[in-house]
Design a protein around this ligand. Structure first.
Ligand SMILES: [Zn+2]
Length: 395
C-alpha cells in the first residue's frame, strides 16, 4: 500500500468545513511553457547538498462555471518576451539573482488562442500574486477581460513602471481594464484555516487568503464534482517537498512511480537527505520550510509556513487534490489543455491523479549529495536559441 508508514499513525486533520453546493466548474490544466532553473537559496530552507538548484515548470488553470459558462484564467505564466518586463525585474534576470535557466515557447494568451479559444470569452484573469511567472502579458488580452488581484495589491504595488520607475510591474500589466481586488475583510466564510471568497457566488470556485509569499497571494479551490475539489496552490510553497511528508501524510515504506531503479522504492533512500534529526520527524515533516535568506522570495516566511500548514490539512483530505503552480510532477500525469483543448481534470479522483503525483517530487531530491534530476533548462533561451544573458535581455 502507498499510504502506510511502519509504526506511524497519521494524524487526523481537522474538518475543512467546505460549504455544500451542487455547482461545479470545469477545471483545465494549461502548460504555460515556462521552464526555469532556479537557485534554491531564496526559496527553500535549508539548502540541501545536491539540490542547490531546482527545476521549475509553471501551470495555469482555466475554470469554467458549468451552469453559467463564465470562464476565467487562474494565473497567466510569464511573458514570452521576458526582456520587456519592468527594468527592476529585467535587472534581476541580468544579475542572475534567482534564475539561471529560462525558456518559454509561448505566452498563455498564445496557447489559448492557438487552440481556437476566443480570449474575449474570458471574463477575468486572476493573478494568484504579482510575480513575473504568474502575470503573463496582459496587453495580449482584450480590455474586456477583468484583472482580479489579492489583498493589498493596489496600495502596495501600484502604480507600475514608468510612473514608478522602481516598480516590478508595468502599467500595461493592469492599465485599461477593470481591476477587482479581493480584500477578504468582509468575508465571514472560512474554509480550513483560510478566509474564502465565493467567486461565482454558487460555491463552484473559491479564492483563499493564503498570505506569506507575496503581497496579495491567493490560492483557488475549485469544486470539480459536488464532493471533490482541486486546490490551486499557486506559490503558497514552491516545491511539493515543502508540503509533504506531513503529520497527516507520513512518508510511506514504499512508493511506486519513482524514477529509481528499484520499484517499489526503498524510501530510506529519500530519508537520507531529510534535514530532520529523527526518523519519526523525517517521515512526518516536510523537507523544507520557506527560505529565510536575506533575499528570500517570501515576504514573510513565518506567515508563509503557517499558510503551508493550512494547506497540509487540505492535502490530508481524500476529496482534495492540491496542484502547486511549480510542481513538474503534474506534467507527467495530468492531461494538459495544450495537447487537447477539451481535456479537463474534474475526474482526478477516479483517475487517481493525487495518488500518482503525491510522491513524485522525491525524484527531484538529491541522492548521496548528487542532483536527483538534470537541469530542466540551462542558460537563457531566446527565439529557440540559447544566448548569453546580456543578449537575452537586450531590448
Ligand atoms: Zn511562481
Amino acid at each position: 500500500m502507498d499510504n502506510t508508514a511502519s509504526g506511524i499513525t497519521p494524524m487526523s486533520p481537522p474538518p475543512l468545513a467546505i460549504p455544500n453546493s451542487s455547482k461545479v466548474a470545469t477545471l483545465q490544466a494549461v502548460d504555460t511553457t515556462l521552464q526555469l532553473y532556479v537557485r534554491a537559496e531564496n526559496f527553500l530552507n535549508p539548502v540541501l547538498p545536491g539540490h542547490e538548484m531546482w527545476n521549475c515548470t509553471a501551470m495555469a488553470f482555466l475554470i469554467t462555471n458549468q451552469d453559467t459558462g463564465r470562464k476565467i484564467l487562474f494565473d497567466a505564466g510569464a511573458r514570452k518576451d521576458y526582456w520587456n518586463y519592468s527594468p527592476v525585474t529585467a535587472e534581476r534576470f541580468a544579475k542572475g539573482v534567482n534564475v539561471k535557466g529560462l525558456k518559454i515557447d509561448m505566452g498563455v494568451d498564445e496557447v489559448l488562442s492557438r487552440s481556437g479559444m476566443d480570449l474575449g470569452g474570458l471574463e477575468a484573469v486572476v493573478w494568484s500574486h504579482w510575480h513575473f511567472d504568474h502575470i503573463g502579458d496582459m496587453s495580449q488580452f482584450p480590455s474586456s477581460v477583468r484583472l482580479v488581484v489579492g489583498p493589498g495589491f493596489q496600495e502596495n504595488l501600484l502604480p507600475g513602471y514608468p510612473s514608478n520607475p522602481k516598480s516590478p510591474l508595468l502599467e500595461t500589466d493592469y492599465g485599461g481594464r477593470e481591476m477587482e481586488e479581493i480584500s477578504f475583510s468582509n468575508e465571514k466564510r472560512q474554509i480550513g484555516q483560510f478566509r474564502a471568497h465565493d467567486f461565482f457566488g454558487d460555491g463552484s470556485f473559491y479564492l483563499l487568503d493564503t498570505p506569506g509569499h507575496a503581497i496579495g497571494h491567493m490560492c483557488g479551490l475549485v469544486r470539480t464534482t459536488p464532493s471533490t475539489f482541486v486546490l490551486l496552490g499557486a506559490d503558497a510553497c514552491h516545491f511539493a517537498g515543502s508540503l509533504r511528508p506531513s503529520p497527516y501524510i507520513p512518508l510511506p515504506d514504499e512508493v511506486s512511480g519513482l524514477a529509481v531503479s528499484s520499484s517499489p522504492c526503498p524510501c530510506e533512500l529519500f530519508m537520507g537527505c531529510h534535514p530532520a534529526p529523527s526518523l519519526q520527524e523525517k517521515r512526518t515533516q516536510p523537507y523544507y520550510t520557506a527560505s529565510t535568506a536575506e533575499k528570500s522570495v517570501y515576504v514573510n516566511p513565518e506567515i508563509s509556513n503557517h499558510s503551508v500548514r493550512g494547506l497540509m490539512e487540505f492535502d490530508a483530505h481524500p476529496d482534495v487534490f492540491i496542484c502547486l503552480a511549480h510542481d513538474p510532477s503534474l506534467f507527467d500525469v495530468l492531461p494538459i489543455f495544450n495537447q487537447n483543448p477539451t481535456a479537463h481534470i474534474n475526474n482526478w479522483k477516479e483517475q487517481g491523479y493525487k495518488e500518482t503525483t503525491k510522491w513524485r517530487f522525491l525524484n527531484e531530491l538529491p541522492r548521496n549529495g548528487k542532483a536527483g534530476r538534470p537541469p530542466l533548462v540551462e542558460g537563457f533561451w531566446r527565439d529557440g536559441k540559447r544566448v548569453d544573458v546580456s543578449m537575452a535581455m537586450k531590448r
